[in-house]
Ligand binder design. Structure first.
Ligand code: FES
Length: 64
C-alpha cells in the first residue's frame, strides 16, 4: 500500500522530501541492539520509525 500511495504522490508532483513513510514493520528488539531493523545506515527503532522518502529512497529494501 505505501509503495503505491508513494508512486501516486510522486505523480501528483510531491517531492521525496514531502513524503513521510513509517517503517516500523521490521523492528524486533526496539532498542538498537539486534540490527534487525537496519534500513541502509539507519536503525529504524532508534532513528525512525518515520523517514522521508528522500532519506531512504536509495536503499533497495524499503518496500519489502
Ligand atoms: S529492532 Fe533491534 S536494533 Fe532496531
Amino acid at each position: 500500500m505505501m509503495k503505491f500511495a508513494t508512486m501516486k504522490l510522486l505523480e501528483f508532483g510531491f517531492n521525496p522530501g514531502q513524503i513521510y513513510l513509517s517503517m516500523e514493520k521490521n523492528m524486533s528488539c526496539g532498542v538498537g541492539k539486534c540490527g534487525h531493523c537496519m534500513l541502509g545506515k539507519y536503525y529504524v527503532c532508534k532513528e525512525g520509525p518515520v523517514f522521508t522518502l528522500e532519506q531512504i529512497e536509495d536503499y533497495p529494501n524499503i518496500w519489502e
